[in-house]
Design a protein around this ligand. Sequence first.
Ligand code: SF4
Ligand code: SF4
Length: 247
Amino acid sequence: MENRTGLIADIQRYSLQDGPGIRTTVFVKGCPLGCRWCHNPEMINPSREVWYNEARCTLCGKCIEVCPAQAIKGYKDEREIDRDACIARTGCLKCVEVCPNGAMSAVGQEMTVEDAVKEVRKDEVFYRHGGGGASISGGEPLLQADFTAEFLKECQGHLLDTALDTCGYASWDTVSQVAQYADLILLDIKHMDPIKHKEETGVSNELILKNTKKLAKMGKKMRIRVPVIPGYNDSEDNLKKIAEFMV
Ligand code: SF4
Ligand code: SF4
């Protein structure tokens, strides 16, 4: 039976980056890649965790006092969480509860498909008038394939436009299971050289490129995106190869 509960890192309304028009984007937690430039590092780990915001911390020390796992280290100017020792995934959020300044926050909340769809439907009126819809991103939505497929399917059932923002790194069975319910697929291509791809993301690009070709063959509407990282993938040669791959 499909899993209708997902671990959600965030839900962002009025999003303009994750597909056409005004959208609501559900960000799932967990990603199989570890890109050096990742702008959502709190979404990489596939389990619930605590995130520390140094700018809000007044170094009061309350979090250290209550932590049952001695997972918080107190340095002169900041706190550091030992992620191996932290037991947030088992339900402990004592540091979040006690912090007077909101410097500790929990990332990762279990949510059913029904609740996620209910949340995105709050802005349905904007989608209808602005050509937007519901998007799912992350992290990597294909890591929670059952949840993602059911979420997109239900959104389509409510006549919402759906977009899947993926790195494309999953088995073809998983990709096709989810892609069938996406009206648009946003897919990142980072580098055409498999070795360089692995160096900066942790995985080779071979599976990603294969899946991209299969999605195109399947007739899926796609938008290929290239995060331009100076000195890594912005050479004329690499950009030319990406352009050639796309035609
Ligand atoms: S979630 Fe619990 S175990 Fe983890 S750092 Fe906070 S108090 Fe410590
Ligand atoms: S409880 Fe909050 S403000 Fe106090 S040291 Fe911990 S993170 Fe900083």
